[in-house]
Design a protein around this ligand. Structure first.
Ligand code: FRU
Length: 493
């Protein structure tokens, strides 16, 4: 045993000068980890960095990857560029939580295996295969190759705590050869689902690139328990809008007896709800909508939790560079489908564990002159408001703070639309009996709003100072804020 260890490390040492890839894997990961550690003090001292949204200790992050609940932990991975706060080749970062409230940063989970011909490890999913092994599936990009034309789907096998991963000896697990004569561009972002004891994978991409692209979701079926052999079952879904050129990060799952598809089309994330025919592997959508109408939410990924419910996280994107960190994940949102085929989203109930002492106001009569409420002395808080709209045509909320020169954060809810600064989306309050229920999370530079569990909006803001106020007005009529509550929020770390 000792002899074997000595000889293999000796061998590695002897081979080092001859390694044509420039660096051995363990050296690559040590460099990445050191780069994160070096950037962390500056990132963590930045007053705009959120405290109750998950992110890397420092540097650039994008999509949430491979959310999975396994052996008592909620695991989240994410796209990470360890060497700067402005993007570059991607690795997989990792955090986990026992309760969805407090999170623990973990070592980098996946990195490009240069020695095996990888330059980047892009988005994907995590699952347990039929042999009981944790597996990550992800898109692998080779050095000098274009992700548009030359991607492959790779796998890695994990240990029980999902901390250590080794690349599968079956890599590349899915290659373009599966598609025969069909060429799929931007082929990426594997997501696995199961139906009727069969295991499927979906990927995003587009056909007919030369003619502007036909955005599609592709479907594959596993042929073995180890999930290393797959067959192509064709196109699950073609995007109905000709303006959509491609689809990234598809998620496809059953929820409340309906099938739900999420697509990230280089624009606002859309959902489609409808029927899936497992025999033909085709999805027929009946309703559609936006997951988030704000400008800063993209590439969401979902997790099924032990009681069967499903959570989603998105990438909060679009922060300014140059602060040692860039990007975070949205709050976990609990998903349901309403009887009329609309997606409903509410903040995961476990987030209430992060609340400090509440301040509350009851039965506030609202007219056009408005009411000013003093918020807790922090710029990381949650607000809950239950408003009876009575005769009012719309409700306006304004968060203001003096010192930082921060632009006020304004939102306007009318019977037909929701406007938040430059974002606007239809809203139908009439359907919900004239009640407006708001959950608003302000985490320094991140704002997330949930209105009646049907409209969500994520927006990057300039942080308020710690003596912010909330002004609420009713326009063209009167309304009553039955209850407004505000909580300072604690950090998740
Ligand atoms: C979405 C995306 C994915 C890709 C990843 C690369 O933001 O472009 O399609 O896998 O980011 O980081």
């Amino acid at each position: 045993m000792l002899f074997r260890t000595v000889t293999s490390s000796l061998l590695a040492f002897l081979l080092l000068p001859f390694c044509s890839w420039g660096e051995l894997t363990n050296e690559a990961i040590a460099r990445a980890t050191a780069a994160i550690q070096a950037a962390a003090p500056r990132a963590q001292a930045d007053p705009a960095r959120p405290i109750f949204h998950a992110t890397a200790p420092a540097q650039w992050i994008n999509d949430p990857n491979g959310p999975i609940y396994y052996k008592g932990f909620y695991h989240l991975f994410y796209q990470l560029h360890p060497f700067s706060d402005e993007g570059g080749p991607k690795y997989w970062g990792h955090v986990r939580s026992r309760d969805l409230a407090k999170w623990e940063p973990l070592p980098i989970a996946l990195w490009p295996s240069r020695e095996a011909g990888e330059a980047e490890v892009w988005s994907g999913c995590c699952t347990i295969n039929g042999l009981g092994q944790p597996m990550i599936f992800y898109t692998s990009i080779a050095p000098g190759k274009s992700a548009q034309t030359d991607a492959a789907q790779w796998a890695a096998i994990g240990d029980d705590d999902l901390i250590h991963w080794r690349k599968s000896s079956a890599n590349p697990v899915l290659t373009e050869a599966l598609h025969g004569a069909k060429k799929i561009y931007d082929w990426r972002d594997p997501f696995i689902f199961r139906d009727k004891n069969r295991t499927f994978m979906v990927t995003g991409g587009n056909l007919n690139q030369a003619k502007g692209g036909q955005a599609v979701v592709n479907i594959y079926e596993a042929e073995n328990a180890g999930l290393t052999q797959w067959v192509y079952r064709g196109v699950l879904f073609k995007h109905p809008d000709s303006t959509v050129a491609t689809i990234e990060c598809p998620n496809f799952f059953k929820l409340d007896d309906q099938w739900v598809l999420f697509v990230s089309p280089y624009g606002k994330v859309q959902y489609f709800i409808g029927d899936f025919d497992v025999e033909t592997c085709r999805f027929q959508a009946h309703t559609r909508g936006l997951l988030d109408c704000g400008p800063n939410f993209y590439a969401p990924n979902t997790m099924q939790v032990p009681d069967g419910r499903r959570l989603v996280w998105g990438w909060v994107s679009g922060f300014p560079g140059g602060h040692g960190w860039n990007g975070c994940l949205s709050l976990p949102r609990l998903l349901t489908v309403s009887s009329d085929g609309q997606l409903r989203q509410k903040p995961a109930p476990q987030l209430s564990k992060l609340r400090g002492k509440a301040v509350e106001w009851r039965k506030i009569q609202l007219k056009s002159d408005g009411k000013t409420l003093m918020l807790p002395k922090t710029n990381a808080f949650e607000i809950r408001a239950d408003i009876d709209l009575q005769t009012a045509e719309s409700i306006v909320l304004e968060f203001k703070s003096g010192a930082n020169n921060a632009r006020p954060v304004t939102m306007n809810f009318s019977h037909s639309a929701f406007k938040m600064m430059d974002a606007e989306t239809p809203l139908s309050l009439a359907k919900v009996g004239r009640n407006l229920n708001l959950r608003i999370f302000i985490d320094r530079s991140v704002l997330e709003v949930f209105a009646n569990e049907t409209v969500c909006a994520t927006k990057i803001i300039s942080p308020l100072d710690t003596s912010a106020t909330l002004e609420i007005h009713a326009q063209d009529g009167a309304a009553t804020a039955k209850l407004v509550q505000a909580w300072p929020m604690k950090t998740i770390w």
